[in-house]
Design a protein around this ligand. Structure first.
Ligand code: SF4
Length: 241
């Protein structure tokens, strides 16, 4: 095979489930979860994925075998490459995307979920990829915020706004005010406001905060022209991760 497709990706796991949030919420999905993340969000509930698992490397053959099984077993067509932080292995992840497309002849619809602290142009593929990217608010902690440089990497990337869903994790009024300012400044993008339920529903967003968010989305004139939706994270309610 052409060497341009050769990759080695350190993997956390590959699982089948339903999409828990975002534009494709509820859709059966193959999750390719790369390992390794140095972003360090304060609220991260997948800390086990921070370590790069050098003993779980996927190359072309191994991935092809696994995706062939997935395709035959489930018929699922959507793949979400997530982490950890897939952009920390961007060169190999880019080749992996082109390899999947080539070997499965466009059967899979591939999306990438990223922390949003890296420029999306790091992914260089022949495919038009849809990105789901966070903007790290203050609630993510100073480590993540310093890496993110206040969310600028998304807005300075060459990826077109309609190929990105920007996600905010919100659980109180302060988070909401911060998110609103960013949405009002960059109106061309598509946004999802994710209410931050904790694992097994342990963290609850107050009802008055949810009502305020909904009220603002409907009545605040700043939202005119902003493509936004309010979501819960159903994978958290399901206790998946
Ligand atoms: S980017 Fe994701 S995996 Fe990395 S620390 Fe933040 S929440 Fe956790």
């Amino acid at each position: 095979m052409d060497q341009k497709y050769d990759f080695k990706v350190a993997m956390e796991e590959i699982i089948y489930s339903i999409e828990g949030e975002g534009e494709s919420m509820g859709i059966p999905t193959i999750f390719i979860r790369t390992s390794g993340c140095t972003v360090g969000c304060a609220y991260c509930d997948t800390k086990s994925s921070w370590t790069v698992k050098m003993d779980n490397i996927y190359d072309n053959d191994r991935l092809f075998e696994e995706l062939t099984i997935a395709k035959n077993k489930t018929g699922i067509r959507r793949i979400l490459i997530t982490g950890g932080e897939p952009l920390e292995q961007s060169t190999d992840v880019s080749k992996m995307i082109d390899f999947i497309d080539f070997k499965f002849n466009g059967y899979f619809n591939i999306e990438i979920e990223t922390s949003g602290v890296y420029n999306l142009d790091l992914i260089k593929t022949n495919q038009q990829i849809f990105f789901i990217a966070d903007i790290k608010l203050k609630n993510a902690g100073s480590h993540a915020r310093n890496k993110a440089k206040k969310g600028e990497p998304i807005f300075s990337s060459a990826v077109k706004p309609n190929n990105i869903l920007i996600k905010f994790v919100v659980n109180n009024r302060k988070d909401w005010d911060e998110a609103k300012k960013i949405m009002f400044k960059h109106k061309d993008y598509f946004y999802a406001v994710s209410l931050a339920f904790g694992q097994n529903n342990k963290i609850k967003v107050r009802k008055d905060v949810i009502s305020e968010i909904a009220h603002d989305m409907v009545y605040d004139s700043g939202f005119r022209g902003v493509n936004v939706r309010l979501l819960i994270q159903i994978h958290k309610i399901m206790g998946l991760y």
